[in-house]
Ligand binder design. Structure first.
Ligand SMILES: Nc1ncnc2c1ncn2[C@@H]1O[C@H](COP(=O)(O)OP(=O)(O)OP(=O)(O)O)[C@@H](O)[C@H]1O
Ligand SMILES: [Mg+2]
Ligand SMILES: [Zn+2]
Length: 485
């Protein structure tokens, strides 16, 4: 007696098809899972047996062998529970094997037979669809996510519900699509008072996807500004939204009610985060914060407090927008194209640059703080701005421009930047002089030119003028960090 169920194994962002074959033979009752299961997957034995028994189904007193094919692919995690249980039930004629073969299945089993969500339902559903299957049996929490793949989800709360459906005695529950979002969400820029220069830099960062470093004494609105960047980024296209959602799906972070990530994400890892937490790794491997911030904002508050290796690991994605993680099974590639926003004080005690305070840091402590940031990393910040303490008149003044208004300008500029304007002759001459006088690295030069292009486009200009380069250069100037450098 042999029955099959189809499921998927995650390799990075990819779901590879896995055939679950359950073979029942006469002999001493036993239960074995073969085909390179990892520890969590091996433990499926206990959950499947217990789940079937407590669902008042029959545990076949046979020699049961479950084979997960292809054998060369490592099977990680607990999502194989449900397909294994269904294959065993089909092999023992408790559910129709032919009907099961038309479905993919995914889910962990609780000991009482309840079905629990596992990461990666969207990518599994997409892979099932590519394989010509049009229904995915999954936990209710994953149903909306699976529906995004254009497959019909069959949400089941319990193993008995899956059986009732496969026997044809119950119709699958309908899955309502996610309500469309009402435009922007998150905090609004109008709440930030004053700080005109930083607001300008934020708008440039959004329009041209430039990396931004906010430096200054504590409590001047740096964190406030950074949190408002996603709200002025252009809306994601549906392809971008699905790409981001895939990453969050594999990380197991999607809320059941609103799985589609349709706004640019904002990720703010703590400064104690490990390299793997930032760029990804571990079992799976899992995407890191840099990939979770794909198409959105990666905010590093207290930039100088991060582990140096974690910061250095960001250099690759900052250059080419991807992260590759070497694995036994080959390389896993994660997209990681984000706007990096760093925030730091000018010294560990925060007193530097603050007219109302005094710095108590020793030269050694200051040097150590500064050394945390390599030149190479600093070179990748296109926009460096000091955020000074606002004066009382500014803080009591009228509210700033609202995010929606800024976002309109940003969206228009982002469209025009697909075909960036070229440098006028005076602009090119100014840039050439700056290479020696600043000095600027080759990368720095290219980055200044890009920022100048963004400035020109926001100004409605068809070419980059010298004044645009001059403004772009003003954000590179080491003096911007004042007492820092
Ligand atoms: N420009 C501003 N406009 C309005 N409120 C402000 C401004 N600056 C600071 N605040 C108020 O001060 C609080 C702290 O600001 P924020 O957290 O952004 O400071 P910060 O510059 O990030 O400080 P730190 O360097 O300590 O992280 C805000 O929640 C807000 O209430
Ligand atoms: Mg802060
Ligand atoms: Zn200090």
């Amino acid at each position: 007696m042999l029955a099959r169920a189809t499921t998927h194994a995650l390799v990075g962002l990819e779901a590879r098809p896995v055939e679950v074959e359950a073979h029942l033979q006469r002999g001493v009752p036993a239960f074995a899972i073969v085909g390179l299961p990892d520890k969590a997957c091996q433990e499926a034995k206990e959950r499947v047996r217990s789940g079937i028994t407590s669902a008042e189904l029959e545990w076949p007193l046979r020699r049961i062998t479950v084979n997960l094919a292809p054998a060369g692919l490592r099977k990680e995690g607990s999502g194989f529970d449900l397909p294994i249980a269904l294959a065993v039930l089909a092999a023992s004629h408790q559910i129709p094997a032919a009907r099961l073969a038309l479905h993919a299945a995914l889910g962990e089993l609780a000991l009482d037979g309840r079905v629990r969500p596992v990461p990666g339902a969207l990518v599994a559903a997409e892979a099932a669809r590519r394989a010509g299957l049009d229904r995915l049996i999954c936990p209710p929490e994953s149903a909306r996510e699976a529906a995004l793949a254009g497959i019909e989800p069959v949400p089941v709360e319990h193993l008995t519900e899956a059986c009732a459906y496969l026997r044809g005695v119950a119709e699958p529950r309908t899955v309502e699509p996610q309500p469309t979002s009402n435009g922007s969400s998150g905090p609004d820029l109008s709440e930030v008072r004053g700080q005109e220069r930083a607001r300008r830099a934020l708008e440039l960062a959004a329009a041209g996807r430039h990396n931004l470093l906010l430096a200054g004494p504590p409590g001047t609105g740096k964190t406030m500004l950074a949190r408002r960047l996603p709200g002025i980024l252009p809306a994601l296209t549906i392809e971008q939204a699905l790409e981001v959602t895939r990453i969050h799906s594999v990380a197991g972070l999607l809320p059941a009610g609103r799985p589609l990530v349709d706004r640019p994400p904002f990720r703010a890892p703590h400064h104690t985060a490990s390299t793997a937490a930032i760029v990804g790794g571990g079992i799976g491997p899992r995407p890191g914060e840099a990939s979770l911030a794909h198409q959105g904002v990666l905010f590093l508050d207290e930039l100088a407090e991060f582990y140096r290796p974690a910061l250095e690991a960001l250099r690759q994605p900052l250059e080419d927008g991807t992260i590759s993680i070497a694995r036994v099974q080959g390389q896993a590639l994660f997209p990681a194209r984000f706007v990096l926003v760093g925030k730091m004080n000018l010294c560990p005690c925060g007193g530097r640059g603050d007219p109302a305070a005094e710095c108590s840091c020793s030269p050694q402590r200051l040097a150590a703080y500064r050394d945390k940031l390599s030149r190479a990393l600093l070179d990748r910040f296109d926009l460096v701005v000091q955020v000074p303490r606002a004066r009382a008149v500014e803080l009591n003044g009228s509210p700033g421009e609202a995010s929606a208004i800024v976002r309109e300008r940003v969206e228009a500029a982002a469209v025009r930047l697909r075909d960036p304007p070229s440098l006028s002759e005076p602009a090119a001459a100014l840039l050439t002089r700056a290479v020696d006088s600043l000095p600027l690295s080759g990368r720095g030069r290219a980055r200044v030119a890009r920022v100048a292009g963004t400035i020109a486009v926001l100004a409605g200009s068809g070419a980059v003028a010298a004044e645009h380069v001059a403004e772009a250069l003003s954000y590179r100037s080491p003096t911007e960090l004042g007492p820092w450098t």
